[in-house]
Ligand binder design. Structure first.
Ligand code: MRU
Length: 354
C-alpha cells in the first residue's frame, strides 16, 4: 500500500467542505494511492458522482448537497427567483448522475428547502454552507449511534461477512455496516470480518479490505463465488451490509450480489442484517418502481487493461439488486433496530416520539 501519508483511514473524511470548495478522496485510485481532489464547480461534483470518484449512498447524499452549495456560490443571479432557477438547473444535473441511492435526492432536497426558506441571496448562500457542514457532521454522529445500536446484535468472537463497501469511504466517516463492526470492536468484543470482493468494480477488495486492514481489523477477502463455501463450512456467524434505498415494506436495494448473500445466509440459518440511516429510507416509492442503475459492459468484459471476454458479447451489468424482507433479520438505524414484520417496525422509526 503506497499511501502518501500515515494518517489512519478512519480519521480521514471521504468528503469535506473546505474554504468554499469540496474536497474528496478519489476512490477510483484506492487502494494504491490516497489522492484528494478539490472541486469548485458543481459540474465537477456531478462528474465525480457519476464516475465513482465518490460512491456509497450517504457519501453521495452529502456530496450532492455540497455540489449544490457550489452552484449557489457560482450563481451570479440578483433576484431570488433567478437564483432558485440556477439551483434547480444544478440540482437536475446532480440528480441525474445515479438513480438508485435515495440519499442523493435527500441531500439535494435539503439544500433546496434551505434556499426556498431564505430571504436575501447572500443570507441563503451562508445558510446553505452552514447546512452542508452540518450534514457532514451529522453523518458521522448518526453512524456512531447506529453502530452502537447494532453492536448489541454481535457477540464476542463473531465472524461477520460484509458485501461491497459500507464503510467510512461510503459515508463522510465511520461507516454504516462497517460502523456497526467498528462499534462492536469498540465495545470490547473480538470480531473478525469476511469481505466479499464485490465484482465488477471490486468495492469489497479495493475499499472494504483496504479500510479494515488499515484500521487493524482481522479481515479475510473472498471472491464473491465463495460466499456459499464460507457459509456452508461454518466460517461466518452473521452478515451485515449497507443499503442504497429501503422502501416501506422492508425491501432493501443494495450493491449487486447482496440478494445472493442474503439468500445463502437464509439457507444456512445465518442472521442477515442491514445498517442504514433514516436518510436511506424512501417511504413513498414502491419496490417495483425503484430504478436499478445499469452500468457499462466494459466493467464486466475487462479487468484493468486486460480483456476477459470475447468481443461483441451482450452484457447485463446491474449495479444493484433487491433483497426481499423475508431474508432480513433486522434493519439497524440511528433510531433503533427494526425487526420483522418490517412494514410496522419501519413505520415506527418515523413516528415523532419513537
Ligand atoms: O455503486 P456504489 O459503490 O455506490 O454502491 C455502494 C453500495 O451499494 C453500498 O453498499 C451502499 O451504498 C451502502 S453505503 C453505506
Amino acid at each position: 500500500m503506497t499511501l502518501e501519508n500515515n494518517e489512519k483511514q478512519s480519521t480521514l473524511k471521504t468528503v469535506e467542505w473546505r474554504d468554499n470548495k469540496v474536497v474528496m478522496i478519489d476512490q477510483t485510485k484506492l487502494p494504491n494511492q490516497l489522492v484528494f481532489v478539490t472541486y469548485d464547480d458543481y459540474n465537477q461534483v456531478a462528474e465525480a458522482i457519476k464516475t465513482l470518484v465518490v460512491r456509497g449512498a450517504p457519501a453521495i447524499g452529502v456530496s450532492g448537497a455540497m455540489g449544490l452549495a457550489l452552484a449557489a456560490l457560482q450563481s451570479k443571479s440578483n433576484t431570488k427567483e433567478d437564483f432558485i432557477s440556477d439551483l434547480e438547473k444544478a440540482k437536475k444535473i446532480l440528480f441525474d448522475t445515479r438513480p438508485t441511492a435515495v440519499n442523493l435526492a435527500w441531500g439535494l432536497d435539503q439544500i433546496m428547502e434551505v434556499a426556498n426558506e431564505g430571504s436575501s441571496i447572500n443570507q441563503i448562500k451562508e445558510s446553505i454552507i452552514e447546512q452542508v457542514k452540518k450534514m457532514a457532521e451529522d453523518d458521522i454522529r448518526i453512524n456512531k449511534t447506529m453502530g452502537k445500536n447494532g453492536s448489541e446484535l454481535f457477540d464476542n468472537n463473531d465472524t461477520v461477512m460484509t458485501h461491497c463497501n459500507a464503510g467510512g469511504l461510503a459515508t463522510v466517516g465511520y461507516g454504516t455496516a462497517l460502523g456497526v463492526i467498528r462499534a462492536t470492536r469498540e465495545s470490547g468484543k473480538n470480531v473478525k470480518v469476511i469481505a466479499t470482493e464485490t465484482r465488477p468494480i471490486q468495492q469489497g477488495s479495493r475499499l472494504t479490505a483496504f479500510e479494515l486492514k488499515h484500521d487493524g481489523f482481522d479481515v479475510s477477502l473472498i471472491p464473491d463465488t465463495a460466499v456459499g463455501y464460507t457459509m456452508a463450512n461454518g466460517l461466518v456467524n452473521k452478515v451485515v451490509v449497507g443499503a442504497d434505498r429501503i422502501v416501506k415494506t422492508g425491501h432493501v436495494f443494495n450493491k449487486i450480489g447482496t440478494y445472493q448473500v442474503a439468500t445463502m445466509a437464509k439457507q444456512h440459518g445465518i442472521p442477515f442484517y442491514v445498517a442504514a440511516p433514516l436518510s436511506t429510507f424512501d417511504m413513498k416509492t414502491n419496490a417495483e418502481d425503484v430504478i436499478i442503475e445499469m452500468r457499462k459492459g466494459s466493467e464486466v468484459t475487462s479487468l484493468g487493461d486486460k480483456k476477459t471476454a470475447p468481443d461483441d458479447i451482450e452484457i447485463i451489468n446491474p449495479a444493484f439488486d433487491m433483497t426481499p424482507p423475508e431474508l432480513i433479520s433486522g434493519i439497524i438505524t440511528e433510531k433503533g433496530i427494526a425487526k420483522p414484520p418490517f412494514e410496522e417496525s419501519i413505520k415506527k422509526l418515523f413516528d415523532k416520539d419513537f
